[in-house]
Design a protein around this ligand. Structure first.
Ligand code: ADP
Length: 430
């Protein structure tokens, strides 16, 4: 979009042009009077000097005292409105004149670029070559320009800058244009893009590893081990384990995307979580026996009702108890308990704690445990048939239930994973 205005290409400011027109008219009228002999030349020159002084002195005086807006010929009322609009913009915004000098800027712009000063050239304060080029091109063409740049201080931030020429009405009914520079923080969007790319790379890698093992064993079984019954038996066992791992990974990926898709819809079915926890604990008895771990449950005899999704809750407790059995097996005991407590803002909540007495988790890993594919020990997790998605799924399920996941651990002293759910408000207040 090209913006052109009558005054844009004029080398003279509006006020000076008006003075010149007055002087030309006066000069022509006086010359006619001199030629017709009605006024002497000396008198005509004196009158012309008086008119010239009357026309030029106010312009000169105005230029000396005028602020930047007035020098531009911007109507003061309009200037105040423009200033208020720039100040009220939520994103960092700076209004510049055609030379690139700052006319107005809002508080967020001063925070973003503290070197920006009113009445000074923005080019000196914004040292990014991309920004300077965008600004220069927009001024030269009177067309909008965009630039993206990375700010490293104090933290990495991706910013998009848009320079838009805007028409501003001037005092004498004309219009002139200024450059509106707005900054948009693209960091959250970039981070999501990066996470998505990482996720696809991780998922492909996780799937490719068992797939490579499977095709390797197929080649061996078709070739060298074709007639070796003992090797065939062993290889088929490994292939079965790899296929199970792939199926589990795909299962976890699908569950994760299903929970993510419905994250904004809070489950509203009332479910008693006591039998759900019991069902999971009973189902994991064979694994507990295999790992020589005893599962102790400390659950109330009466129903504990929350608003929840039964299938998701089964998945959640299965992940937590299975992790405790796999990674905390050396402790020989896992305790699953249920209690009522209050959230930090005082709301009543139901807490389900899965506590093991294994090696625990070092503090530096705790904040990252719920990230997708994050594992303290990748080899150990793979050996246990882990996908690295379990706790991420747990976190998403808890969030969908508008609850919280607490992870506490002390090295060599086990770990406790607590899923907190808001208590259902019943008419009786329970
Ligand atoms: P995985 O499929 O690897 O089990 P999770 O997301 O369930 O993935 O767990 C992530 C990592 O957290 C595990 O690989 C393990 O290193 C660690 N972890 C989870 N639970 C425990 C626990 N009870 N004790 C020690 N480490 C644990």
């Amino acid at each position: 979009m090209a913006i052109a205005s009558p005054s844009m290409f004029s080398p003279w400011p509006d006020r000076l042009r008006h003075s010149a027109i007055i002087l030309l008219a006066a000069g022509l009228a006086l010359a006619a009077l001199v030629f017709s002999g009605e006024v002497s030349l000396a008198r005509a020159v004196a009158v012309f000097i008086c008119i010239a002084a009357a026309a030029l002195v106010p312009w000169r005086l105005h230029n000396v005292v005028a602020s930047r807006e007035e020098a531009l010929g911007v109507n003061p009322v309009e200037a105040a409105a423009v200033s208020a609009i720039v100040a009220g913009m939520p994103d960092p915004a700076v209004l510049l004149d055609r030379a690139g000098r700052v006319i107005h800027m809002n508080a967020t712009a001063s925070q973003l670029a503290p070197a920006l000063r009113k009445n000074e050239l923005a080019q000196f304060a914004l040292r990014s070559p991309d920004i300077i080029t965008a600004l220069r091109e927009s001024i030269a063409t009177a067309e909008p320009r965009r630039a993206t740049y990375l700010d490293h201080v104090p933290v990495d931030r991706w910013m998009e800058l848009i320079v838009t020429p805007v028409l501003v009405p001037t005092t004498f009914g004309g219009s002139d244009y200024c450059m509106l520079m707005t900054f948009h923080d693209q960091t959250p969007l970039r981070r999501v893009e990066e996470m998505r790319a990482d996720f696809v790379a991780n998922a492909s890698h996780e799937l490719r590893t068992p797939l490579a093992a499977l095709s390797g064993f197929i080649d061996t079984l078709q070739g060298p081990a074709k007639d070796d019954a003992k090797a065939r038996e062993r290889f088929l066992g490994i292939m079965h384990a790899q296929a199970t791992r792939m199926a589990r990974l795909i299962d976890d990926l699908l569950s994760l995307s299903r929970v993510e898709l419905s994250a904004h819809v809070r489950p509203d079915t009332l479910v008693d979580i006591v039998p759900i926890i019991r069902q999971v604990a009973d189902g994991l008895e064979p694994l507990a026996g295999e790992r020589q771990v005893g599962i102790e449950t400390d659950l109330p005899a009466t129903p504990v009702v929350i608003a929840g999704d039964r299938e998701e809750l089964l998945r959640l407790f299965e992940n937590l108890i299975e992790n405790a059995l796999k990674y905390g097996a050396s402790g020989g005991k896992v305790i699953v308990s249920l209690l009522s407590a209050a959230s930090p803002d005082g709301a009543p909540e139901i807490r389900v704690v899965v506590r093991d007495f294994g090696p625990g988790i070092a503090p530096e890993h705790l904040p990252r445990l719920t990230e997708r594919f994050y594992r303290v020990d990748v080899g150990d997790s793979r050996a246990q048939g882990g996908t690295g998605l379990g706790l991420s799924l747990v976190k998403h399920i808890v969030n969908r239930h508008r609850g919280r996941l607490l992870i506490e651990s002390v090295l060599k002293n086990g770990a406790a994973f607590t899923a907190c759910f808001p208590q259902v408000k019943t008419p009786a207040g329970g």
